[in-house]
Write a new protein. Sequence first.
Length: 108
Amino acid sequence: MKKEFVFKENSSNIENLYHYANYKFPALKSRLEYDEWGQFVMYKKNEDTTIFYYVRAVTGDLNYNVYKKVKTDFVAKIDKPIIQDFKTKVYSEESLKNIFDKILKPLN
């Protein structure tokens, strides 16, 4: 039986996203990265595609960004806001799980 995921107390929403992604997708753990300052979670899908979930510093909104490799550089192909005021908003555990389940679908 799989152990139920529990969020750590005093963790930021973006840190919770990282830990939840590791829990949901243990096989992808080596391709997930968390910024120690709490600004982003990065997922390297393959050599040509990288996905970022990041908190915009000015607004605190959670954004979704996809970079694709074009020749030798990575170019942003998608950059859109997902959740307003994600940095400071307080969510219940159930709400966070529901949100994260929806936004982490590209990692499948």
